[in-house]
Ligand binder design. Structure first.
Ligand code: THU
Length: 133
């Protein structure tokens, strides 16, 4: 699956965001080496702390379903009123980068941007000198 196709899947996932506090809708699409895709959206909470980002939703869904060999993740986000065709690039938060670090190798790919203009990074680039036990 191309970066553009995976970003398009993340845009579909974003439609399910539950973000009544920030009004910032995020979608993620996690691609496994076998070609399967897990979608995630951000899920907020009135107590704020329990909020889960779209990337972690997708990763935890995959792990809990027994998937383990991840190739790439696409991330999109923007205010709830921003039309899908006008979304600007966003980048994963530090907590999500650390969760990626738990389950993914350094060459794991992170796609930001838009289907028309995908941006690609490795996990090594986004989280150098990672903490591991
Ligand atoms: N958010 C994500 O879903 N992923 C990120 O990488 C950064 C932030 C969500 C959390 C919250 O629901 C909203 O965006 C605003 O911070």
């Amino acid at each position: 699956m191309s970066p553009s196709e995976l970003i398009s899947q993340a845009i579909i996932a974003r439609r399910r965001a539950y973000a009544p506090y920030s009004h910032f809708w995020v979608g993620a699409a996690l691609l496994c080496q076998d070609g399967s895709v897990y979608l995630g959206c951000n899920i907020e909470n009135s107590a704020y702390g329990p909020t889960v980002c779209a990337e972690r939703t997708a990763i935890f869904k995959a792990i809990s379903e027994g998937a383990s060999d991840f190739a790439a993740i696409a991330i999109v986000g923007g205010g709830q009123d921003v039309p899908e065709e006008s979304l600007a690039p966003i980048y994963p938060c530090g907590v999500c980068r650390q969760v990626m670090s738990e389950f993914c190798k350094g060459d794991f790919l992170i796609y930001c941007g838009t289907p028309q203009q995908p941006l690609s990074f490795t996990l090594d680039e986004m989280l150098p000198c990672r903490f591991e036990l």
